[in-house]
Design a protein around this ligand. Structure first.
Ligand SMILES: Nc1ncnc2c1ncn2[C@@H]1O[C@H](COP(=O)(O)OP(=O)(O)O)[C@@H](O)[C@H]1O
Ligand SMILES: [Mg+2]
Length: 207
């Protein structure tokens, strides 16, 4: 059976002021459905660039890939995929959560509205149904007192709760792959453990 994700000889070069430098140097990895993998490495070793390559989020003009590099996701040749294919993969089949949830959440909309918007964007639900679904996702990620937090703005939540909101949004479409780029770095140690636990629980629900 083929793997969910198969990265072979991935090299990424950045063109900075007419000089190329290599950010990722021939890495290969593969991931089966339901498998969890952690990429470990010092700061600047290319973890984020690897993650962004999978979603093709690196700036086209600046980043180039090695000639024998390939990334296959669920049989799709990511490095040669069309914009349309990539759009349908991003957020639908692959979701990503980042280190600092405050920069990914919009400060002027309530948390509930943002989870709902993610739902409405991808599913044909009316507002009331989307609200129900948003609340049940917020319960899944163990946000306490969901009815109140639904109407709270991001700055009114703790860092751990904001990261839970991000996870809820990432799970809206039951993605086949969830990429988390240092999702707990900004949080204190006990909250870090809770968030990692939550991601494992969410994975089981997503199966
Ligand atoms: N958009 C970019 N333009 C130029 N260089 C970048 C860009 N993004 C990352 N880099 C460089 O690529 C290297 C790997 O970075 P990164 O993947 O962010 O490391 P990590 O996530 O492991 O800390 C670093 O030297 C970083 O400065
Ligand atoms: Mg990084």
């Amino acid at each position: 059976m083929s793997k969910l994700l198969e990265i072979k000889n991935l090299s990424v070069d950045f063109n900075v002021r007419d000089t190329k430098f290599r950010a990722v140097d021939t890495i290969s990895l593969s991931l089966d459905k339901n498998e969890t993998m952690a990429l470990v490495g010092e700061s600047g070793s290319g973890k984020s660039v690897t993650a962004m390559s999978i979603l093709q989020l690196l700036p086209d003009l600046k980043a180039s890939y090695g000639t024998d590099s390939s990334i296959f996701f669920d049989g799709i040749d990511i490095l040669n995929a069309s914009k349309k294919q990539l759009r349908s993969i991003r957020g639908n089949q692959i979701s990503m959560i980042f280190q600092e949830p405050m920069t990914s959440l919009n400060p002027v909309f309530t948390c509930g509205d943002q989870v709902m918007e993610a739902i409405i964007l991808h599913q044909k639900l009316n507002k009331k149904e989307a609200e129900q679904e948003a609340k049940s996702l917020m319960e899944l990620v163990e946000i306490p007192d969901v009815n109140r937090r639904f109407n709270a703005y991001p700055h009114e939540l703790s860092g751990g709760q904001r990261q839970r909101i991000m996870i809820a949004m990432a799970l809206v479409n039951k993605p086949k792959l969830l990429i988390a780029d240092e999702p707990t770095t900004a949080l204190d140690v006990t909250i870090q453990a809770q968030i990692l636990h939550l991601m494992l629980v969410s994975k089981k629900r997503n199966v």
